[in-house]
Design a protein around this ligand. Structure first.
Ligand code: NOJ
Length: 560
């Protein structure tokens, strides 16, 4: 059914944009972004071509993990606004044709959450079983802590409770016990609440850890945790057929695939492609397409109605944990040699523009890959203007600096004094004086204009999102990455040169008649006319260093 395919499965060719309300736009001059500010900037996102906003946590929080430590899953942090402000924003986004998904962070709560306060106060509390407790000291051994700079154990002794509790992340974030039916009910209620307010689904935080809590105890005869994920998905679909679960699952491909569920995809609708992202960085660092091609070939197909979510940057450290030690060292050497740019021994706390030394051609090459490779492109705020990081900010906050709207004080983010801002503004070459929305909006050559155009083309080429992707051979050039996408008799081709030297490739176009033409949709190759296939069914194409082009295959002219 074609109608249902393109109308209903909106996530397949969406453009997702992740932002933190707190750092986006401050409407009242208190130094923090807020929902009213976001409302004032919705049109920037609409004009860019964003179709789905992912809001990072905006719930009440002591803010010890930038809002991922929550004290009320139903609330809006009063520093960011009220439920009224949030609903106004949802309405405004819907009015512009944009969907909104929100972070669902239910692996853990803040230790200030009323549930945890009650749980620790007495073994008889109805909330005791909401968390995972042990009376014995945890055994020594590999700890599996996520933030090794701050934690050295998954277990924390609580004086008040007289027991140890499990915390996969910081010790102030006790893990919820999803084996408890009462916890499962609460999670469903939370989802039901936000769905009623009109969100189109959830970015689900730390999915493997969320499911793992049951296993952390004596799992005994607890049901398969994937049954629980299936239940969550079924619940979501009953409540809102168009809603999605977009999961954070940073695992190797074979393990990751399990989180999509069965062939029909009855668990997560989408999973972030962490291994693919890491291979992209290795390929960029080497100027060699092979790591990317290998990753794509190894990547399991998502279920029919599911999709991978692809990204260049997210809000955390740019993790390179799935690369080998040598590969990671290569990427560190190329893009973040200074230890201050690295984090947890596995990632980088830089954004792409600074990693590439501001090279505009190379930057566009990377994002062209993002928009053409199969998967839903997911942007992190500021990527559209080429924002970099501020290494003076602590840890992962280096890439969560205020959005740069103008070249004025505070980047136009807020009228508050610099020391009152939600985070330090980027300084230097990538600071607001050189990188901001207002200047780029009026410049047809700017990165922002380029992003707007490439997103328009991406939306016009459903083949990339919906079609069958085939990687094409490019003999003789290890820097070339070429692929075609076919859908309903239509074909588009994208060719990327990951190297700095110009290249010429002879692309095989199986099934193409002699004289088949390839019209340029985006980017540029060195010929001035359309490309035409020769007798051998191949087309010759030359690209500048870091060049790329998107081509639409058209039948030969009648009569040759
Ligand atoms: C994953 C999120 O991406 C990260 O930012 C957060 O610190 C942890 N989950 C804990 O919630």
């Amino acid at each position: 059914m074609r109608l249902a395919r393109t109308a209903d499965l909106w996530w397949k060719n969406a453009v997702i944009y992740c932002l933190d309300v707190e750092t986006f736009f401050d409407s009242d001059g208190d130094g923090r972004g807020d929902f009213r500010g976001l409302c004032q900037r919705v049109d920037h996102l609409h004009e860019l071509g964003v179709t789905c906003l992912w809001l990072m946590p905006f719930y009440p929080t002591p803010d010890r993990d930038d809002g991922y430590d929550i004290t009320d899953f139903y609330g809006v942090d009063r520093r960011l606004g009220t439920h009224g402000d949030l609903v106004e924003f949802l309405r405004l986004a819907r009015d512009r044709g944009m969907r909104v998904i929100v972070d669902l962070v239910v692996n853990h709560t803040s230790d200030q959450h009323p549930w945890f306060r009650a749980a620790r106060s007495s073994p008889d509390s109805p909330y005791r079983d909401f968390y995972v407790w042990r009376s014995e000291p945890p055994p020594d051994g590999p700890s599996g802590v996520v933030f090794p700079d701050k934690e050295d154990s998954l277990w924390q002794y609580d004086d008040e409770a007289g027991e140890y509790y499990l915390h996969r992340f910081y010790k102030h974030q006790p893990d919820l016990n999803v084996a408890s039916p009462a916890v499962r009910d609460e999670i469903a209620r939370v989802m039901g609440f936000w769905l009623e307010l009109g969100v189109s689904g959830f970015r689900v935080d730390a999915v493997p850890f969320l499911l793992e809590t049951a296993g952390a105890l004596d799992a005994g005869d607890l049901p398969d945790p994937h049954d629980y994920l299936r239940d969550l998905r079924a619940f979501l679909s009953r409540r809102a057929g168009e809603a999605v679960l977009l999961g954070e699952v940073n695992l190797p491909y074979p393990d990751l695939r399990r989180f999509f569920g069965d062939e029909d995809g009855d668990e997560l609708t989408m999973c972030f492609d962490f291994p693919g992202m890491q291979s992209l960085y290795l390929a960029l660092a080497r100027g060699d397409a092979a790591p990317l091609a290998t990753a794509l070939r190894e990547r399991p197909a998502a279920p029919k109605d599911g999709h991978w979510a692809t990204f260049v940057r997210n809000h955390d450290e740019l993790t390179l944990d799935k690369l080998s030690d040598d590969e990671r060292a290569e990427v560190f050497a190329a893009f973040g040699p200074d230890p201050a740019m690295q984090l947890y021994g596995r990632g980088l706390r830089r954004r792409l523009p600074s990693m590439l030394g501001g090279d505009q051609a190379r930057l566009r090459l990377a994002y062209s890959l993002l928009f053409t490779l199969p998967g839903t492109p997911t942007l992190f705020y500021g990527e559209e203007i080429g924002m970099a990081e501020n290494l003076a900010a602590e840890g992962r906050l280096a890439v969560r600096t205020p959005m740069q709207w103008t070249d004025g004080p505070g980047g136009g983010f807020s009228t508050a004094a610099p020391n009152q801002l939600a985070g330090p503004v980027v300084e230097g070459a990538f600071g607001p004086a050189n990188v901001n929305v207002a200047t780029q909006r009026d410049d047809p050559e700017s990165l922002l204009s380029w992003f707007t155009g490439i997103i328009r083309q991406y939306r016009r080429c459903p083949e990339f999102a919906w079609g069958t992707c085939v990687i094409l051979d490019c003999p003789g050039s290890s820097a070339a990455f070429a692929h075609r996408a076919d859908l309903d008799g239509q074909t588009v081709v994208a060719v990327h040169n990951l190297g700095k030297e110009p290249i010429t490739v002879h692309l095989p176009l199986a099934g193409a008649d002699r004289g088949t033409r390839l019209a340029t949709l985006a980017g540029a190759h060195q010929a001035t006319d359309d490309l035409v296939t020769g007798d051998d069914g191949r087309v010759e194409l030359s690209l500048d260093g870091y060049g790329f082009c998107w081509l639409r295959v058209r039948p030969p002219h009648p009569g040759g």
